[in-house]
Design a protein around this ligand. Structure first.
Ligand SMILES: *[C@@H]1O[C@H](CO)[C@@H](O)[C@H](O)[C@H]1NC(C)=O
Ligand SMILES: *[C@@H]1O[C@H](CO)[C@@H](O)[C@H](O)[C@H]1NC(C)=O
Ligand SMILES: *[C@@H]1O[C@H](CO)[C@@H](O)[C@H](O)[C@H]1NC(C)=O
Ligand SMILES: *[C@@H]1O[C@H](CO)[C@@H](O)[C@H](O)[C@H]1NC(C)=O
Ligand SMILES: *[C@@H]1O[C@H](CO)[C@@H](O)[C@H](O)[C@H]1NC(C)=O
Ligand SMILES: *[C@@H]1O[C@H](CO)[C@@H](O)[C@H](O)[C@H]1NC(C)=O
Ligand SMILES: *[C@@H]1O[C@H](CO)[C@@H](O)[C@H](O)[C@H]1NC(C)=O
Ligand SMILES: *[C@@H]1O[C@H](CO)[C@@H](O)[C@H](O)[C@H]1NC(C)=O
Ligand SMILES: *[C@@H]1O[C@H](CO)[C@@H](O)[C@H](O)[C@H]1NC(C)=O
Ligand SMILES: *[C@@H]1O[C@H](CO)[C@@H](O)[C@H](O)[C@H]1NC(C)=O
Length: 499
């Protein structure tokens, strides 16, 4: 019997045709339940400073979509759950939504996906019957605008609809959702879209009553004897994330869908929690997110599909202090509202996205020994026509000392260079300036673009402003994970299997 299972599993794996997305990426979700929500231009400045190229919005906020224009950042916009019923019941309403929230901004704003609703099957069951129609109507509207190849339509699902997810090879979807899932998967397949999956090892761990070891949830190295082995496939699982994603692949395969890629639309770990959430710590959040990002970017893949990276949107960019629920709910963010990192990700060597590797940070400085008149002219130009904020150079301000032309010019020319996005040719000033990699900040005088004492943050503090519609759904907390998801840790029993 076991051997038969094994063969079946290998056959399944062989015919499965999930293909690699050439460019695996890490994106971020941008929830907006913040009391001092940064202005969209500040949000975009933070994304640029952190080299974040992919984001998901929980709505289609006008301010954000406008600010994202011409940045090259790829954006998933969302149909909020409140609008789902209307859109799922009316082709015309869907067409109108696409026209005013997508077509109006494209192509200046590179919208690449539409998330129709969020966790609909688990949080809004009464909308389930219209979900597939909503997907179809939105897609038809894209077809009508000739945007269906550039913009994919899908709907983020909670991993909790996958039952018995260990061993992954035996995972299946909650069968009462089949009437929605089968046409949905057909839709995703026929439109070349992908499955949007929210994966929260934190909740699996919290709800497992000690069955799931913390290290297994955090991608920490496990002793080989502690790895979870799928007895049907003999695949070894070293973390909850991989097991969940593979469970999704197998659950789709059990409905005969073997070529729909998975993109993880939410995953993360809270950095702070109530007293009954002792594992919501800065260190665990850093470990989880750093490991996750590294794995995505180096295309580790999952045991079922090694080398096929699962692009993932981290939940989330900002701590959302207005979220209700336990303290952890307010602390999933990588940054505070003012752009200060909550912790510095441990990411040296994995590229630039969110990296703490600052070796490529460059500054513009005034050259020593050049004609002071030329320097003064460059300084005057930067503070005037160049529109640099030179107020820190005023007497009594942080960068007044040392009061020399070279020091003041360095401050102003660098501010201009950073403001221009360190574009080639913006640090020349007729030959009196040059690019350097060492941060010219001194004392309390922090230069623009400076990584400061301890952060990857740039100062993007701005007056808070309310966005037109507020974003992320409440009640993201505690997505009910079926207790049957037990990530049983079985010792190696290879020999027994082959008997
Ligand atoms: C959007 O991004 C994708 C991926 O980089 C790119 O292929 C496409 O040309 C971009 N579209 C626009 C309109 O910028
Ligand atoms: C919905 O509208 C589009 C045009 O916007 C049309 O192509 C499509 O056939 C319509 N679908 C239905 C189900 O009416
Ligand atoms: C399966 O889905 C139905 C409908 O949403 C729900 O009532 C039921 O509790 C789910 N079953 C499990 C085991 O999660
Ligand atoms: C999957 O395909 C097989 C072979 O074509 C068929 O026997 C089976 O009934 C299908 N299963 C589902 C859930 O459609
Ligand atoms: C990718 O990252 C994982 C997890 O950090 C690590 O175990 C693996 O060795 C890395 N692979 C490569 C090719 O860098
Ligand atoms: C940055 O340094 C300040 C002062 O040393 C400290 O209070 C703060 O926690 C640090 N922030 C981070 C993200 O490490
Ligand atoms: C950056 O990441 C590296 C590698 O994980 C780590 O050793 C270093 O301490 C990190 N730097 C900061 C400032 O956290
Ligand atoms: C820094 O720049 C060099 C040269 O452009 C590049 O090879 C290297 O990968 C960059 N470092 C990081 C961390 O991106
Ligand atoms: C950031 O800029 C704001 C407004 O210009 C200023 O009030 C604040 O002190 C700055 N913060 C830091 C850490 O430099
Ligand atoms: C932001 O919204 C809150 C609550 O709706 C309101 O009290 C406040 O006045 C608004 N602030 C601005 C600047 O519009």
């Amino acid at each position: 019997m076991e051997l038969l299972h094994l063969l079946l599993a290998f056959l399944l794996a062989a015919v499965s045709t999930v293909t690699a997305d050439d460019d695996a990426f890490v994106g971020v979700n941008i929830g907006t339940d913040l009391s001092d929500l940064p202005h969209p231009t500040q949000v975009v400045a933070l994304l640029k400073a952190q080299n974040i190229r992919h984001i998901r919005l929980y709505d289609a906020d006008r301010g954000m979509l406008t600010s994202l224009a011409n940045t090259g950042i790829q954006v998933i916009v969302s149909v909020p759950n409140e609008q789902l019923l209307g859109i799922g019941q009316s082709n015309a309403t869907a067409a109108k939504w696409v026209s005013s929230n997508v077509v109006a901004y494209y192509p200046a704003t590179n919208i690449t996906g539409i998330a129709v609703g969020s966790d609909v099957l688990t949080t809004l069951p009464n909308a389930a019957p219209v979900l597939v129609n909503a997907l179809r109507f939105i897609h038809s509207a894209l077809v009508a605008s000739n945007l269906d190849r550039q913009i994919k339509v899908s709907t983020p699902l909670s991993a909790s609809i996958i039952l018995d997810s260990f061993p992954p090879s035996q995972a299946f979807f909650n069968s009462s959702l089949k009437p929605v899932l089968v046409p949905m998967l057909s839709f995703l397949q026929s439109t070349g879209s992908y499955l949007m999956l929210n994966v929260y090892p934190y909740y699996d761990y919290m709800q497992s009553n000690g069955v799931i070891p913390l290290d297994y949830a955090l991608f920490k190295p496990l002793l080989p004897t502690k790895e979870a082995v799928d007895a049907n496939t003999l695949l070894h699982y070293t973390n909850v994330f991989d097991a969940t994603v593979d469970a999704a692949y197998f659950a789709m395969a059990s409905l005969n869908f073997t070529n729909i890629p998975v993109v993880v639309t939410e995953s993360g770990w809270p950095s702070k929690g109530d007293s009954n959430e002792p594992d919501a710590t800065i260190d665990n959040a850093n470990t989880y997110n750093s490991n996750l990002i590294r794995r995505v970017l180096n295309k580790t893949g999952t045991p079922k599909h090694p080398g096929i990276a699962v692009s993932t949107y981290i939940y989330e960019l900002y701590n959302e202090d207005m979220k209700s629920g336990p303290l952890s709910e307010k602390n999933w963010g990588l940054f505070d509202a003012d752009g200060t990192p909550v912790y510095i990700l441990r990411l040296i060597g994995s590229g630039l996205v969110l990296a703490n590797d600052t070796t490529n940070q460059t500054y513009c400085t005034a050259k020593e020994g050049v004609d002071p008149k030329m320097l003064q002219a460059a300084l005057d130009w930067a503070c005037g026509a160049g529109k640099v904020d030179c107020s820190p150079l005023m007497q009594g301000e942080t960068c007044y000392e040392p009061d020399t032309v070279v020091a003041h010019a360095t401050y102003a020319l660098n501010a201009y260079y950073q403001k221009m996005g360190r574009a080639p040719g913006t640090c020349d000033f007729k030959g009196v300036a040059a690019i350097t990699t060492s941060d010219p900040s001194h004392g309390s005088c922090k230069f623009t673009g400076s990584l400061g004492m301890n952060g990857t943050s740039v100062n993007i503090t701005a007056p808070s402003m309310n966005l037109t519609s507020s974003g992320s759904p409440a009640g993201h907390c505690c997505s009910s994970v079926s207790t049957s998801i037990l990530f049983l840790i079985v010792p190696l029993v290879l020999s027994a299997l082959f008997l």
